[in-house]
Design a protein around this ligand. Structure first.
Ligand SMILES: NC(=O)c1ccc[n+]([C@@H]2O[C@H](COP(=O)([O-])OP(=O)(O)OC[C@H]3O[C@@H](n4cnc5c(N)ncnc54)[C@H](O)[C@@H]3O)[C@@H](O)[C@H]2O)c1
Length: 257
């Protein structure tokens, strides 16, 4: 069965990469559910101003009850869901020696459990209709494994495992499941993390930091969210139908897997 361009859900789309994914999927013809713990009005307004359809849904992706309710609310407001982009995620720098169980659980709760909960909420409808696209946002840190982010790397690596496992189970029903592993992308989260973890609260050196990191890549400029949207567009489309269980690294050629 082919997609009739119904709804697409993008978690964590009030800003950053998620907002860019939401805007791209709206351009591609989907009605977009802008899901975030923060106010998603700006993203919704930009989509509507460009002629697209979007609704904002407030949801804490770490809450099983809230995500179950989200599954019902999206269908009520936007109809059946063709595409789920599991993008909501958090990054904190922390050496393993200083890592508490709470820090570990906070990363797992959003980056991995939240992804599981969203798949539980939206995959059944996709299977029923015999078409669906699940796109999980991982990270190239799984392949580079830099120090100081064990909880992040473990949670993002878990998302790659979940991607492979679900691809095996959902493929027979026409649902593909893939992951995108970006490298550093210029977003507010990374700006805050830079200031907090490396620059004593001062974000003024962020541009230089991004440019310096990009020197590790084959393509020696830093990425913006728009550098990742094309992959989301492709993986959400009909043409990606034989691609499933894959992790596509999008980092200017830093990690080579
Ligand atoms: N920016 C990067 O360099 C980079 C690199 C690799 C992977 N990623 C991944 O891409 C995704 C987006 O990152 P970003 O840089 O755009 O971050 P961001 O902080 O700009 O966006 C993340 C969004 O998730 C939302 N969010 C946080 N907690 C939530 C919760 N409990 N429930 C619902 N929404 C919640 C935030 O409000 C925010 O709008 C994350 O999964 C991140 O790990 C980012």
């Amino acid at each position: 069965m082919a997609s009739g361009k119904n709804a697409a859900v993008v978690t964590g789309s009030a800003g950053g990469l998620g907002a860019a994914f939401a805007e791209q999927l709206a351009k591609d013809g989907y009605s977009v559910a802008v899901v975030d713990i923060k106010d998603g009005t700006d993203t919704v307004e930009r989509i509507r101003a460009a002629g697209g359809t979007a609704e904002s849904f407030a949801c804490d992706m770490t809450s099983p009850e809230a995500v179950e309710q989200l599954g019902k609310d999206v269908v009520t407001k936007l109809g059946v869901v063709d595409v789920l982009v599991n993008n909501a995620g958090r990054y904190d720098n922390c050496a393993f020696a200083d890592m508490t169980y709470e820090i570990w659980r906070t990363a797992m709760a959003l980056n991995l459990d939240g992804m599981f909960l969203a798949c539980k909420a939206f995959a059944p409808g996709m299977r029923e209709r015999g078409w669906g696209r699940i796109i999980n946002i991982a990270s190239n840190s799984t392949f580079l494994a830099p120090p100081g982010m064990a909880q992040y790397i473990a949670s993002k690596s878990g998302s790659i495992g979940l991607t492979r496992a679900l691809a095996s189970e959902l493929g027979a029903d026409g649902v593909t499941v893939n992951a995108i592993a970006p490298g550093p992308v210029k977003t507010d989260q990374l700006r805050h993390a830079y200031a907090r973890d490396f620059a004593g609260g001062d974000a003024s050196g962020f541009e230089d930091f991004m440019t310096a990191m990009a020197q590790n890549q084959s393509i020696k400029r830093y990425a913006t969210p728009e550098d990742v949207t094309g992959l989301v567009s492709f993986l959400a489309s009909e043409t990606s139908t034989m691609v499933t269980g894959q992790t596509i690294v999008c980092d200017g050629g830093w990690a080579r897997v």
